[in-house]
Design a protein around this ligand. Structure first.
Ligand code: ADP
Ligand code: MG
Length: 326
């Protein structure tokens, strides 16, 4: 008996250390699942979900009271924006230059047209005002030209995942896996020391089907694809990732683009931008930067994985072939 009691206490203490909390929400127009382990799991989860809910109030394109909708309504004047707004807009404007226009936060009016789920006319599309040169941001002072409509749909979840990471760190959480729709943040691996296993969506399957799995301890894994949101008209699929140059769904030879890296905002931006660029330009972009990893699924069912992530990736989809990008 004497021996058992300390052991029992130790087990209880251990159980206390690995407190687990798992929650699910519908926020930012997607299903989010948060799994956190640690003494502070409950408090951290609360802070985290509150923060994401607050960010939704900033970046929602549909909530009539969001900061984004308010700012868009004031286009043509000068306004003060929040730190979060300025910070994400700043990253988006830089990304517009860096991706040579493949990513564009001023596509709002064009996005609204396509969201009606019927093909807009060329005239309607050309009447939309688009262009980062019509946006001036200095600190938190923003000046846009009349007609400019900002949209952060391709970056806000990534920004939210960066904020989530900060909250996990502030609360001393050692192990967590957060899924904000197609944006996953892995934190500290599993409590048993193994990496998290994150699935890569099969663009030919439904939402529960994977073509492969990535083992990841720490980092962001962010996917964009033509399977996520689309409508069909006359037998043609119109997906939601737009080529800013022609203002229509990108005629990409990619079905899916997954970015793995250390920054959620950048990962979200690049998953969209590299999809728009298509295979050749995406590989060229990666070779120029090499500070992130990627998994590309091409329309010919080739899965192309950059060398840094290839040993952590397992292909399971039988109809696909695997190649390594060097
Ligand atoms: P998801 O929203 O499924 O995570 P993305 O991160 O790729 O996918 O974001 C796509 C959304 O971003 C679209 O629904 C649209 O609102 C917006 N968007 C589409 N094309 C672009 C683009 N080229 N640049 C910036 N935003 C875009
Ligand atoms: Mg994106």
């Amino acid at each position: 008996m004497k021996r058992v009691l300390p052991l029992l206490l130790a087990l209880l203490l251990l159980a206390g250390c690995t407190k687990k909390i798992e929650t699910q929400y519908y926020m930012m127009d997607t299903v989010m699942t948060f799994t956190l382990y640690g003494e502070n799991a409950k408090e951290a989860e609360r802070a985290l979900s509150d923060r994401v809910a607050a960010l939704e109030k900033v970046f929602s394109p549909t909530d009539a009271e969001s900061e984004l909708v308010t700012v868009n309504r004031a286009a043509g004047t000068s306004v003060q924006v929040s730190e979060d707004f300025a910070s994400l807009l700043d990253a988006c404007l830089a990304a517009n230059t860096e991706t040579e226009g493949a990513f564009d936060p001023t596509l709002g009016a064009v996005i609204d047209l396509w969201n009606k789920e019927t093909v807009p006319s060329a005239e309607e599309l050309s009447q939309c005002k688009v262009g980062c040169d019509a946006v001036r941001l200095e600190g938190t002072s923003l000046q846009t030209e009349t007609g400019i409509e900002l949209n952060f749909g391709a970056a806000a979840k990534g920004y939210a995942s960066d904020c989530a990471k900060e909250i996990l760190e502030e609360n001393g959480i050692e192990h967590a896996l957060l899924s904000l729709g197609g944006n996953v943040y892995a934190h500290g691996g599993k409590p048993n020391g193994e990496p998290w296993m994150v699935g890569v969506r099969d663009p030919n399957g439904d939402a529960s089907e994977w073509l492969g799995v990535v083992q990841i301890k720490d980092g962001f894994l962010i996917a964009s694809g033509d399977y996520e949101r689309y409508f069909e008209q006359n037998g043609f699929r119109y997906h939601h990732i737009l080529d800013p140059l022609i203002r229509t769904p990108a005629m990409s030879d990619l079905r899916e683009c997954v970015i793995i890296g250390e920054n959620g905002t950048r990962g979200d931006i690049l998953s969209t931008a590299l999809f728009v660029m298509g295979y050749d330009r995406a590989v060229e972009y990666w070779r120029e930067h090499r500070d992130f990893e990627m998994i590309l699924v091409r329309e010919d069912n080739a899965v192309l994985v950059t060398e840094g992530i290839s040993s952590a990736f397992t292909l399971t989809g039988e109809e696909y072939t695997l190649e390594v990008i060097e």
